[in-house]
Design a protein around this ligand. Structure first.
Ligand SMILES: Cc1cc2nc3c(=O)[nH]c(=O)nc-3n(C[C@H](O)[C@H](O)[C@H](O)COP(=O)(O)OP(=O)(O)OC[C@H]3O[C@@H](n4cnc5c(N)ncnc54)[C@H](O)[C@@H]3O)c2cc1C
Length: 411
């Protein structure tokens, strides 16, 4: 049974304030946006449906852009708090074909600690954080509410649920940074994600491994018939694994760990002894794009706006970059909403983030066919200029990061 929260509960307290910004999702996108807006003096409520510290299906790699954005925002300490170790090389193996490239400026982190450190930064700047709190953005059809502000509601309403209690909270702006699942917008069908044909599911986790086979600083990725898997050693010594596999391979009683073992075997890579017993987390179908990325007093960012499979730490970089870009738009929206902000945000996201995802989209298509992936690796071996330019495209930094002061318009 769901009841209204008692008067002194955190939910009831949250419902007594009209927040400047309610940020849904304390992943990289949501926590960075909350940090920047709270730092600018906005009243920010950050909520996440999970308890923290929370492990996540993720390889834990951050590319040079992700590292640079954190430092640009004065959050370099997040790297130390999440046990970052430098990554020096990326090796891609497909059957008997393989190639490797140097990596500069990339690191591997403990993903649970990384998320926790970012959420703590938001709290240090003054944001209020409610974990274990699920949010659902309510439709705008409540006319009584809308009429108070010349036809457009001055606030957006969001239903928050924690355990068996719920409350409706209001904010001048809602940032939906709730990742792939996009669940906070389930009452707004126009935002539903379009999933790409042939999309794979994600698998990830960390395992203890004391063998010497997987040395630190090297990201290795194996491409097999059922998908691909990347492994990297983190500072704590454990092995972090991120994989994308064909959901069709998981029919019957087939265990996910068995598919991953098969992929490593196909590429002649050592199978870590801990793989069979590791706690693997799965994701919904991966490659997708939200039907819309903005609405009345609502902006969508990070994976929630669209997902392309990352290879060397691009996913977190795109999430952080979208938060950095959203901060000035959000600051303007808090001071006074205008409908054009919806198209402005869609344009910024398309130009500065989604456009940069094409290389990863292309690579993930190639990886779905080991034959094509093998041929491409052979081509890379013969024409090294091709992979060099692809790698520089993947890790490409934007010409300049936007200024931090949220009032500097990017529009
Ligand atoms: C298997 C796998 C491996 C990966 N490996 C890497 C890698 O090595 N490097 C890399 O850069 N990227 C990697 N990625 C991608 C990366 O994890 C994402 O791109 C990144 O986390 C996106 O950040 P985000 O803030 O947009 O979303 P998320 O990190 O997904 O955060 C969203 C948050 O919203 C919360 N939430 C969801 N719904 C609600 C709701 N209704 N109410 C409240 N809270 C809600 C969730 O609990 C979550 O904490 C990997 C992805 C997968 C699937």
């Amino acid at each position: 049974m769901i009841c209204l929260a008692s008067a002194d509960s955190p939910l009831a307290e949250a419902a007594r304030t009209t927040w400047d910004v309610l940020v849904i999702g304390a992943g990289p996108a949501g926590s960075l946006a909350a940090t920047l807006l709270a730092r600018d003096g906005r009243q920010v409520l950050l909520v996440d449906s999970h308890a923290f510290l929370r492990e996540k299906a993720c390889g834990g790699c951050l590319n040079a852009l992700a590292v640079e954005i954190l430092r640009h925002c004065g959050l370099g300490h997040v790297l130390e708090q999440s046990d970052a170790v430098p990554l020096r090389s990326f090796r891609l193996v497909c059957g008997r074909h393989q190639a490797s490239w140097p990596l500069t400026g990339s690191v591997a982190v403990h993903r649970g600690r990384y998320n926790e450190a970012l959420a703590q930064s938001a709290m240090r700047e003054g944001a209020v954080f409610l974990h274990s709190t699920r949010a659902v953005v309510l439709p705008q059809e409540d006319r009584a509410f809308a009429l108070r502000d010349e036809g457009a509601a001055p606030v957006r309403r969001v239903r928050l649920q924690r355990e068996n209690f719920q409350e409706t909270v209001t904010a001048r702006l809602v940032l939906s940074a709730d990742g792939l699942s996009h669940s906070s917008l389930k009452r707004l069908p126009e935002f539903a994600s379009q999933i790409a044909a042939g999309s794979q599911i994600g698998l990830g986790g960390a395992m203890t491994d004391e063998t010497a086979e997987w040395s630190a600083g090297r990201l290795r990725m194996a491409v097999g018939g059922s998908g691909y898997a990347g492994l990297v050693r983190t500072a704590s010594g454990s092995l972090s694994l991120g994989a994308a596999i064909d959901p069709g391979a998981l029919t019957g009683n087939v265990q996910p760990a068995h598919i991953l073992e098969q992929i490593l075997n196909e590429c002649g890579l050592p199978v870590p002894p801990g793989l069979a017993g590791m706690d693997l987390r799965g994701t919904p179908l991966l490659t997708r794009r939200a039907g819309r990325c903005a609405g009345h007093r609502l902006l969508v960012l990070g994976d929630a706006a669209g997902y392309a499979e990352p290879f060397t730490g691009e996913g977190i970089a795109w999430a952080l970059h979208s938060a950095l870009l959203a901060a000035p738009v959000a600051a303007e929206a808090c001071s006074g909403w205008r409908t054009e902000l919806e198209t402005d945000w869609a344009r910024i996201l398309r130009r500065k983030v989604i456009r940069n995802q094409w290389t990863c989209r292309l690579l993930s298509r190639l990886m779905r066919s080991p034959a094509l992936a093998g041929l491409s690796l052979e081509l890379c071996r013969r024409l090294p200029v091709v992979p060099r330019s692809i790698m520089s495209q993947i890790g490409r930094r934007p010409p300049r990061l936007p200024p931090l002061h949220p009032h500097n318009p990017l529009l």
